[in-house]
Design a protein around this ligand. Structure first.
Ligand SMILES: *[C@@H]1O[C@H](CO)[C@@H](O)[C@H](O)[C@H]1NC(C)=O
Length: 228
Protein backbone atom coordinates (compact mmCIF):
# COMPACT_ATOMS: atom_id res chain seq x y z
CA UNK A 1 0.00 0.00 0.00
CA UNK A 2 2.82 2.32 0.87
CA UNK A 3 4.41 1.82 -2.51
CA UNK A 4 1.14 2.42 -4.40
CA UNK A 5 0.60 5.59 -2.41
CA UNK A 6 4.16 6.77 -3.16
CA UNK A 7 3.67 6.03 -6.82
CA UNK A 8 0.49 8.11 -6.93
CA UNK A 9 2.23 11.00 -5.19
CA UNK A 10 5.17 10.79 -7.59
CA UNK A 11 2.80 10.78 -10.60
CA UNK A 12 1.00 13.81 -9.24
CA UNK A 13 4.27 15.67 -8.75
CA UNK A 14 5.42 14.75 -12.24
CA UNK A 15 2.14 15.89 -13.80
CA UNK A 16 2.33 19.17 -11.88
CA UNK A 17 5.90 19.80 -12.99
CA UNK A 18 5.09 19.06 -16.65
CA UNK A 19 2.03 21.31 -16.58
CA UNK A 20 3.91 24.20 -14.97
CA UNK A 21 7.07 23.74 -17.02
CA UNK A 22 9.11 23.60 -13.84
CA UNK A 23 10.97 20.53 -15.09
CA UNK A 24 12.95 22.38 -17.77
CA UNK A 25 15.18 25.01 -16.20
CA UNK A 26 15.88 28.14 -18.19
CA UNK A 27 19.66 28.46 -18.43
CA UNK A 28 20.83 31.98 -17.63
CA UNK A 29 24.32 33.39 -18.16
CA UNK A 30 25.22 36.61 -16.34
CA UNK A 31 28.06 38.03 -18.44
CA UNK A 32 30.26 40.92 -17.41
CA UNK A 33 33.20 42.11 -15.35
CA UNK A 34 33.88 42.41 -11.62
CA UNK A 35 30.56 44.19 -11.11
CA UNK A 36 28.94 40.90 -12.13
CA UNK A 37 31.45 38.38 -10.82
CA UNK A 38 33.53 39.58 -7.91
CA UNK A 39 31.51 39.06 -5.89
CA UNK A 40 28.42 40.33 -7.73
CA UNK A 41 26.06 39.68 -4.83
CA UNK A 42 23.22 41.36 -6.73
CA UNK A 43 22.94 37.99 -8.52
CA UNK A 44 22.35 36.30 -5.18
CA UNK A 45 19.61 38.80 -4.33
CA UNK A 46 18.09 38.42 -7.80
CA UNK A 47 18.07 34.62 -7.50
CA UNK A 48 16.45 34.85 -4.07
CA UNK A 49 13.80 37.29 -5.33
CA UNK A 50 12.94 34.89 -8.16
CA UNK A 51 12.72 31.97 -5.70
CA UNK A 52 10.51 33.98 -3.37
CA UNK A 53 8.18 34.70 -6.29
CA UNK A 54 8.00 30.96 -7.08
CA UNK A 55 10.17 31.24 -10.19
CA UNK A 56 12.38 28.23 -9.58
CA UNK A 57 12.83 26.83 -13.10
CA UNK A 58 16.20 28.55 -13.48
CA UNK A 59 19.79 27.40 -13.77
CA UNK A 60 22.48 30.04 -13.66
CA UNK A 61 25.43 28.99 -15.82
CA UNK A 62 29.01 30.02 -16.52
CA UNK A 63 32.61 28.98 -15.94
CA UNK A 64 33.00 30.92 -12.67
CA UNK A 65 31.61 29.83 -9.29
CA UNK A 66 29.51 32.03 -7.07
CA UNK A 67 31.32 33.83 -4.26
CA UNK A 68 30.10 34.16 -0.68
CA UNK A 69 27.11 36.47 -0.29
CA UNK A 70 25.81 35.35 3.09
CA UNK A 71 23.38 32.66 1.91
CA UNK A 72 23.31 29.76 -0.52
CA UNK A 73 22.36 30.66 -4.07
CA UNK A 74 22.79 29.47 -7.65
CA UNK A 75 25.94 31.45 -8.38
CA UNK A 76 27.63 30.22 -11.57
CA UNK A 77 28.42 33.20 -13.77
CA UNK A 78 30.60 34.66 -16.50
CA UNK A 79 31.66 37.83 -14.70
CA UNK A 80 35.40 38.24 -15.30
CA UNK A 81 37.13 40.93 -13.24
CA UNK A 82 38.80 43.63 -15.32
CA UNK A 83 37.47 42.36 -18.63
CA UNK A 84 36.67 44.58 -21.62
CA UNK A 85 34.07 43.76 -24.25
CA UNK A 86 36.70 44.44 -26.90
CA UNK A 87 39.06 42.06 -25.08
CA UNK A 88 36.46 39.27 -25.15
CA UNK A 89 36.14 39.80 -28.90
CA UNK A 90 39.90 40.05 -29.58
CA UNK A 91 40.53 36.82 -27.70
CA UNK A 92 37.36 35.18 -29.09
CA UNK A 93 36.45 34.01 -25.60
CA UNK A 94 32.68 34.06 -25.76
CA UNK A 95 32.10 31.16 -28.19
CA UNK A 96 33.85 28.74 -25.81
CA UNK A 97 31.93 30.03 -22.78
CA UNK A 98 28.66 29.63 -24.66
CA UNK A 99 29.55 26.13 -25.87
CA UNK A 100 30.36 25.04 -22.31
CA UNK A 101 27.22 26.31 -20.63
CA UNK A 102 24.59 26.57 -23.44
CA UNK A 103 22.48 29.41 -22.03
CA UNK A 104 18.95 30.28 -23.16
CA UNK A 105 19.25 33.80 -21.77
CA UNK A 106 22.32 36.04 -21.61
CA UNK A 107 22.15 39.01 -19.28
CA UNK A 108 25.08 41.32 -19.92
CA UNK A 109 26.35 44.21 -17.80
CA UNK A 110 29.51 45.08 -19.66
CA UNK A 111 31.45 48.10 -20.84
CA UNK A 112 32.70 49.67 -17.60
CA UNK A 113 36.33 48.77 -18.29
CA UNK A 114 36.00 49.76 -21.94
CA UNK A 115 34.72 53.17 -20.90
CA UNK A 116 37.52 53.45 -18.35
CA UNK A 117 39.98 52.75 -21.24
CA UNK A 118 38.34 55.58 -23.19
CA UNK A 119 36.93 53.48 -25.99
CA UNK A 120 34.25 55.19 -28.04
CA UNK A 121 30.64 53.97 -27.89
CA UNK A 122 31.07 52.86 -31.51
CA UNK A 123 34.06 50.62 -30.72
CA UNK A 124 32.25 49.19 -27.76
CA UNK A 125 29.00 48.53 -29.60
CA UNK A 126 30.89 46.96 -32.51
CA UNK A 127 32.21 44.47 -29.97
CA UNK A 128 28.70 43.95 -28.59
CA UNK A 129 27.54 43.25 -32.17
CA UNK A 130 30.09 40.49 -32.60
CA UNK A 131 29.07 39.07 -29.24
CA UNK A 132 25.39 39.05 -30.20
CA UNK A 133 26.29 37.20 -33.42
CA UNK A 134 28.15 34.57 -31.38
CA UNK A 135 25.20 34.23 -28.99
CA UNK A 136 22.86 33.54 -31.90
CA UNK A 137 25.29 31.03 -33.44
CA UNK A 138 25.18 29.21 -30.11
CA UNK A 139 21.37 29.43 -29.82
CA UNK A 140 19.24 31.00 -32.54
CA UNK A 141 16.54 31.71 -29.98
CA UNK A 142 18.85 33.38 -27.46
CA UNK A 143 17.16 36.01 -25.35
CA UNK A 144 19.64 38.82 -24.85
CA UNK A 145 19.36 41.35 -22.04
CA UNK A 146 21.78 44.27 -22.33
CA UNK A 147 22.25 46.66 -19.43
CA UNK A 148 22.63 50.36 -19.64
CA UNK A 149 25.43 50.16 -17.10
CA UNK A 150 25.59 51.72 -13.65
CA UNK A 151 27.28 55.10 -13.38
CA UNK A 152 30.92 55.34 -12.38
CA UNK A 153 33.05 57.93 -10.63
CA UNK A 154 36.49 56.47 -9.96
CA UNK A 155 39.03 58.87 -8.45
CA UNK A 156 41.38 58.53 -11.44
CA UNK A 157 38.82 59.33 -14.14
CA UNK A 158 36.76 62.47 -13.89
CA UNK A 159 35.43 62.00 -17.45
CA UNK A 160 34.22 58.45 -16.86
CA UNK A 161 30.81 59.54 -15.60
CA UNK A 162 30.04 61.40 -18.84
CA UNK A 163 31.48 58.59 -20.94
CA UNK A 164 29.09 56.11 -19.32
CA UNK A 165 26.19 58.44 -20.13
CA UNK A 166 27.28 58.65 -23.79
CA UNK A 167 27.67 54.88 -24.03
CA UNK A 168 24.31 54.19 -22.40
CA UNK A 169 22.61 56.69 -24.71
CA UNK A 170 23.95 54.83 -27.76
CA UNK A 171 22.70 51.41 -26.61
CA UNK A 172 18.97 51.59 -27.53
CA UNK A 173 19.51 52.47 -31.22
CA UNK A 174 22.22 49.83 -31.51
CA UNK A 175 19.97 47.24 -29.85
CA UNK A 176 17.06 48.07 -32.16
CA UNK A 177 19.34 47.69 -35.20
CA UNK A 178 20.49 44.23 -34.03
CA UNK A 179 17.06 43.08 -32.86
CA UNK A 180 15.19 40.08 -34.18
CA UNK A 181 11.88 38.48 -33.25
CA UNK A 182 13.47 35.06 -32.87
CA UNK A 183 16.26 36.36 -30.64
CA UNK A 184 15.04 39.56 -29.02
CA UNK A 185 17.33 42.09 -27.38
CA UNK A 186 15.98 43.87 -24.30
CA UNK A 187 17.68 47.00 -23.04
CA UNK A 188 17.75 47.07 -19.24
CA UNK A 189 18.17 50.42 -17.50
CA UNK A 190 20.47 49.91 -14.51
CA UNK A 191 21.71 53.51 -14.60
CA UNK A 192 18.62 55.41 -13.51
CA UNK A 193 18.40 55.78 -9.75
CA UNK A 194 21.90 54.45 -9.09
CA UNK A 195 24.09 56.88 -7.16
CA UNK A 196 27.85 56.27 -7.05
CA UNK A 197 28.10 58.21 -3.77
CA UNK A 198 25.67 55.99 -1.84
CA UNK A 199 25.53 52.78 -3.91
CA UNK A 200 29.27 52.10 -4.30
CA UNK A 201 32.24 52.12 -1.94
CA UNK A 202 34.86 53.02 -4.54
CA UNK A 203 32.91 54.89 -7.22
CA UNK A 204 32.62 51.74 -9.35
CA UNK A 205 31.58 48.56 -7.52
CA UNK A 206 28.15 48.21 -5.93
CA UNK A 207 27.90 48.03 -2.14
CA UNK A 208 24.89 46.43 -0.43
CA UNK A 209 22.59 49.28 -1.43
CA UNK A 210 23.92 49.12 -5.00
CA UNK A 211 23.47 45.37 -5.14
CA UNK A 212 19.80 45.78 -4.24
CA UNK A 213 19.38 48.29 -7.06
CA UNK A 214 21.07 45.96 -9.56
CA UNK A 215 18.89 43.05 -8.42
CA UNK A 216 15.85 45.28 -8.93
CA UNK A 217 16.74 46.60 -12.41
CA UNK A 218 17.24 43.04 -13.67
CA UNK A 219 14.23 41.44 -12.01
CA UNK A 220 11.35 42.26 -14.36
CA UNK A 221 13.27 41.89 -17.65
CA UNK A 222 14.70 38.55 -16.47
CA UNK A 223 11.33 37.33 -15.17
CA UNK A 224 9.85 38.17 -18.56
CA UNK A 225 12.67 36.35 -20.38
CA UNK A 226 12.15 33.26 -18.20
CA UNK A 227 8.37 33.17 -18.42
CA UNK A 228 7.72 34.89 -21.76
C1 LIG B 1 13.13 43.77 -29.95
O1 LIG B 1 11.92 43.18 -30.38
C2 LIG B 1 11.06 42.80 -29.33
C3 LIG B 1 9.86 42.13 -29.96
O2 LIG B 1 10.26 41.01 -30.70
C4 LIG B 1 10.67 44.00 -28.51
O3 LIG B 1 9.88 43.60 -27.41
C5 LIG B 1 11.92 44.71 -28.00
O4 LIG B 1 11.55 45.91 -27.34
C6 LIG B 1 12.84 45.03 -29.15
N1 LIG B 1 14.08 45.58 -28.64
C7 LIG B 1 14.61 46.72 -29.05
C8 LIG B 1 15.87 47.12 -28.41
O5 LIG B 1 14.09 47.41 -29.89
Amino acid sequence: MVSIHSFAVACGALLLSVVSGQDTPVRIMALGDSITGSPGCWRALLWRNLQTAGITNTKFVGSLPGQGCGFEYDGANEGHGGILATGIVEREELPGWLASSTPDVVMMHLGTNDVWSNESPTELLDAFGTMVDWMRESNDGMKILVAQIIPMNPPNCVECGDRVVAFNEAIPAWAASKNSTGSPITVVDCWTGFDTATDTGDGVHPNNAGNEKLANCWYEPLRSAIQG
